[in-house]
Design a binder for this molecule. Structure first.
Ligand SMILES: NC(=O)c1ccc[n+]([C@@H]2O[C@H](COP(=O)([O-])OP(=O)(O)OC[C@H]3O[C@@H](n4cnc5c(N)ncnc54)[C@H](OP(=O)(O)O)[C@@H]3O)[C@@H](O)[C@H]2O)c1
Length: 234
């Protein structure tokens, strides 16, 4: 679906803060309707005040919550043109000697399993693909690239993002017949709560770049692009 994204319905999962909140702002500013999935919609007052934004509760670590979220989305719209699977966690910053099974499972539950459950539930609710295409963009990280891992560490985060990358690949094959395009985006090293404010770019630059990738007309199905359009090695 190349060209400016406007007049569309966009679901942003994990819209309360950071990169997700910026996706909500920029999609609304471009004239789209946005359904923002948040763990605590009552806390997202700034987003709630934006015209064109509807908030729906979701905790992507809970299948029950994800099912209820999909039902809410279905009530709001018969079709989502874009789904941005943005919610993610970094977890404890521990190295090889200290990482635990719990650290691994915490990152996996949110970063790898969450986007799959959300996509599955929205698909079951009938709001993806069909007559009109849906682009499902999952925000992964270059830290999940095997080729790019030259510094080691970050076991839980790296493994969970590598896992969601292959989840996306399977989605790109399985959902293609239903007119869905499943793609991966790397936002860059972005100044948010996740990085403690460190980073090379701000959320505005990152999100403008990622939306630019979605609008650019490059092949998105099963692909992985960074915010600046670079293809990331697996
Ligand atoms: N910042 C970077 O440099 C960077 C680099 C590469 C990739 N990424 C990825 O970009 C995405 C956004 O990161 P960020 O930097 O914006 O992080 P952030 O500021 O920590 O925000 C994380 C977002 O995810 C939501 N979230 C976390 N767990 C959730 C759950 N179980 N259910 C629903 N929502 C949940 C949070 O909601 P609450 O407000 O409810 O906690 C928040 O909206 C993540 O997937 C991250 O891995 C970030």
């Amino acid at each position: 679906m190349p060209g400016a994204i406007t007049g569309k319905t966009v679901v942003v999962v994990g819209g309360s803060r950071g990169i997700g909140a910026e996706f909500v702002r920029q999609f609304v500013a471009k004239g789209n309707r946005v359904i923002a999935g948040c763990r605590q919609p009552s806390q997202a007052k700034e987003l709630a005040a934006l015209e064109g934004v509807e908030l729906a509760e979701v905790d992507i670590t809970s299948e029950q919550s994800v099912e209820a979220f999909a039902a809410s989305v279905q009530q709001l719209t018969p079709h989502a043109d874009y789904v941005i699977n943005n919610a993610g966690v970094y977890g404890r910053r521990v190295g090889f000697k200290d990482v635990t099974a719990q650290d691994m499972l915490f990152a996996f539950t949110t970063n790898a399993i969450g986007p799959l459950l959300v996509t599955k539930a929205l698909h079951k609710a009938g709001v993806l693909g069909g007559q009109q295409p849906t682009v499902i963009a999952t925000v992964t990280s270059k830290m999940g690239s095997v080729d790019d891992n030259t510094s080691g560490g970050s076991y839980a985060y790296r493994a969970s993002k590598a896992a969601v990358n292959i989840v996306n690949k399977s989605l790109s094959i399985d959902l293609a017949p239903n007119n869905c395009i499943a793609t991966l985006l790397h936002p860059g090293y972005v100044m948010t709560d996740m990085t403690g404010g460190a980073g090379l770019i701000d959320a505005q630059t990152s999100v403008a770049g990622m939306i630019g990738v979605l609008e650019s007309g490059v092949e998105l199905q099963g692909a992985w692009h960074a915010w600046d359009g670079k293809v990331i090695p697996w």
